[in-house]
Design a protein around this ligand. Structure first.
Ligand code: SAM
Length: 281
């Protein structure tokens, strides 16, 4: 992928960032939306009408619409704003606006009237240089409501594999890997879908490389369960990694249950960011 070398700069009156390919697809965000709705239910309940932003929604209104429908389950008055830096995409999506769902032009400065409790930015930073990530994260998290979360990640075309960083005003907190265990060869298949902050770090000496080595080893050791059920094999892998302190287990972090059987059975594992944080370059 060709990365644009221009620096991320705020220019008065202009959205921060630049338009990129608008590739998207229905239902590819189901894993991250489920994670947000379930693990952050108390955040979504913290306001009567919480605002959630879908930043960089792409060539179709479909993923903001799905986000809106899904968030309305735990938060019946949730509002979703689809933000996109390409005005023509916003114009086309606006035909699908409805009460609680709107579309507007904007970038990493997140120009919404209210502060969002959550921002989902998927497959956006992937097309920026790695060096832009800290500034983009800071710009977006600076706009969050107190306790809010930025979910910045990547997935494949059909949402079979997704990974994301949960970032708040303190910085990145966790990395989540979510897969369909029936459709992977081994956990490290997710490496090519890592968020931009980590995708170039899957090399010896980096935490994320060691994570995938440990995960592939545990997956091999659990091979016997695979014939019974790939889900059982994933759960055994995640349990082994939790026992070794790689992934979060059933306890809670910041009041959220991000690991343990309830999450593992969905094909997830969540890793404390400090285990995978890139080494200083
Ligand atoms: C690959 S599409 C992803 C669409 C959708 N999020 C998905 O994952 O299916 C990336 C979109 O992000 C938009 N984009 C890139 N930088 C942006 C920024 N700084 N602010 C808002 N949108 C941006 C691009 O114009 C493009 O439409």
């Amino acid at each position: 992928m060709v990365e644009k070398a221009r620096a991320l700069q705020a220019r008065p009156g202009r959205p921060v960032g630049h338009a990129t390919r608008g590739t998207t697809a229905a239902n590819r965000m189901r894993r991250v939306d489920r994670w947000l709705a379930q693990t952050h239910a108390s955040l979504l309940a913290s306001e009567e009408s919480p605002l959630i932003v879908d930043l960089g929604f792409g060539a179709s209104h479909v993923t903001p619409l799905e986000l809106f429908r899904r968030m309305r389950v735990p938060a019946p008055l949730a509002e979703v704003v689809g933000l996109e830096i390409d005005p023509e995409r916003v114009r086309r999506a606006s035909a699908f606006a409805e009460p609680g769902l709107s579309f507007r032009v904007g970038g990493f400065e997140v120009p919404t009237e209210r502060r969002p409790v959550a921002i989902r930015a998927f497959n956006v930073l992937r097309q920026y240089p790695e060096s832009d990530v800290p500034a983009a994260w800071s710009a977006m998290t600076a706009r969050l409501a107190p306790g809010g979360v930025l979910i910045e990640g990547t997935c494949d075309e059909i949402g079979r594999i997704a990974t994301w960083a949960a970032v708040d005003v303190r910085g990145p907190q966790t990395l989540t890997i979510a897969v369909n265990p029936w459709r992977i060869g081994r956990p490290s298949d997710a490496a090519e879908r890592l968020p931009k902050a980590l995708i170039h770090r899957n090399v010896p000496g980096e935490g994320v490389y060691e994570l995938f080595r440990a995960a592939d080893r545990a997956w091999e050791l659990a091979a016997g369960l695979g014939s019974f059920s790939p889900r059982q094999r994933w759960m055994a892998t995640a349990n082994a990694l939790a026992a070794d302190g790689w992934v979060l287990g059933p306890g809670n972090r910041d009041g959220r249950v991000l690991g343990g059987p309830q999450r593992f059975r969905l094909g997830e594992m969540t890793v404390p960011w400090e285990r995978v944080a890139p080494s200083p370059s």
